[in-house]
Design a binder for this molecule. Structure first.
Ligand code: 3PG
Length: 386
């Protein structure tokens, strides 16, 4: 895979940069800028070499929450960039994209509107990818967090332009790959929902992790498979039989849980009408022990239901891992790699981003990369003949 320093001559070259600016927005203001900040080094590198930059991204949420009646727009991201030292021209209408890219001067940047307005994008359509390629001389993928998608601006476009990995994409690959050769004791904490989609990951890390703590809604499936009462809590393992997995000696499950009304109960006394919504204090004490002796910690996914405000367990966990991590600000003994949307929002809220070895920009992409060791967007860069 070629990287930015392999590009022969950037002065005056038009560079199509795929970034992931799919960020939360409220009242037309970006409310979490982590992904944008992580794309800036690549943009600055290219600007510094006199390249002409065409930024492309998707955005899925309109204002506040995913609202199907509102059209998601990158306009708030353009405002954010202009207010934070990166001067960009926002191109609202895709019909003006070609003209806008042609009139760029050295070091100038344009941001095109939500690429998913084009039908060909999600279809990984060759014709659309060819059109995209007419906007530039070079393609750079700096959007790790969407590289699990076979979309035109991630995959098909690499067939038509010389293609390179951006700095954040490179950094994600390097850091997440640490999990393939971890120091021991290796603690893997997996939260969130959708047990069935996370099974490959659990199976893979059962081979290398010393402890796998299963939290969040995933734990409901695991607790049920172990014969505990979980009331009417959310389940997700569908038809899959997970009894073998949950009885492996490395698997650790919450000892207590928080139910509706913020009441903490031991897992042995959960009632038929209870709904589990977070991990309890005993569960966090269990985790504290493991975190204290771990040399490598990998964490993705919240312990509680964020949408309903059950963020406490996740925030407490973030603080525990931050305190155990080798970093300039903390000073523990473990390396820590963390990621996932809700995980990231807990970390941003606590302002402890620099206390981890690495904070991934990826949600689904992080999980897929960890399970498969690569992603469609990475393969496309490696296979690019251009
Ligand atoms: C994400 O938020 O995980 C990425 O931006 C990918 O978005 P998607 O799930 O809508 O493809």
């Amino acid at each position: 895979m070629k990287t930015l320093t392999d590009i022969p001559n950037l002065t005056g070259a038009k560079v199509l940069v795929r970034v992931d600016f799919n960020v939360p927005v409220k009242n037309a203001v970006v409310t979490d800028d982590y992904r944008i900040r992580k794309a800036l080094p690549t943009i600055e590198f290219l600007k510094g070499k006199g390249a002409r930059i065409v930024l492309i991204s998707h955005i899925e949420t309109a204002d506040g929450v995913a609202d199907k009646t509102k059209k998601p727009t990158l306009a708030p991201v353009a405002d954010y960039l202009n207010k934070n030292g990166v001067s960009v021209t926002f191109v609202k209408n895709w019909t003006n994209a070609f003209e806008a890219s042609e009139t760029l001067k050295d070091g100038e940047v344009i941001l095109l509107e939500n690429i998913r307005e084009n039908n060909g994008e999600k279809l990984n359509d060759t014709k659309f990818a060819k059109q995209l390629a007419t906007l530039a001389d070079i393609y750079v993928n700096d959007a790790f967090s969407v590289s699990h998608r076979e979309h035109a601006s991630v995959c098909a476009v690499t067939e038509f332009l010389p293609s390179y990995a951006g700095l954040q994409l490179q950094s994600e690959i390097e850091n997440l790959s640490l999990a393939f050769n971890p120091a021991h004791p290796f603690l893997f904490i997996l939260g969130g929902a959708k047990f069935d989609t996370k099974l490959p990951l659990i199976n893979k890390f059962l081979k290398t992790a010393d402890t796998i703590f299963i939290g969040g809604a995933l734990a409901n499936d695991a607790l049920k498979a172990k014969g505990f009462e979980i009331g009417t809590s959310k389940l997700s393992n569908g038809e899959v039989d997970i009894s073998d997995i949950v009885n492996q000696p490395q698997i650790m499950l919450p000892a207590d849980v928080v139910i509706e009304g913020h009441i903490t109960k031991d897992i042995t006394v959960v009632g038929k009408s209870d709904v589990i919504l977070d991990a309890g204090s005993k569960s966090l004490a269990q985790l504290k022990d493991k975190i204290g002796s771990a040399k490598f910690i990998l964490w993705n996914g919240p312990l509680g239901l964020f949408e309903k405000g059950f963020t406490e367990g996740t925030e407490e966990l973030a603080k525990l891992i931050a305190g155990a991590t080798v970093s300039s600000v903390a000073g523990g003994v473990a390396k820590s790699i963390v990621g996932g949307g809700d995980t990231l929002s807990a970390i941003s809220k606590l302002n402890i981003e620099d206390k981890f070895t690495f904070v991934s920009t990826g949600g689904g992409a992080m999980l897929d990369f960890l399970a498969q060791g690569t992603l469609p967007g990475i393969k496309a860069l490696e296979d690019s003949k251009e």
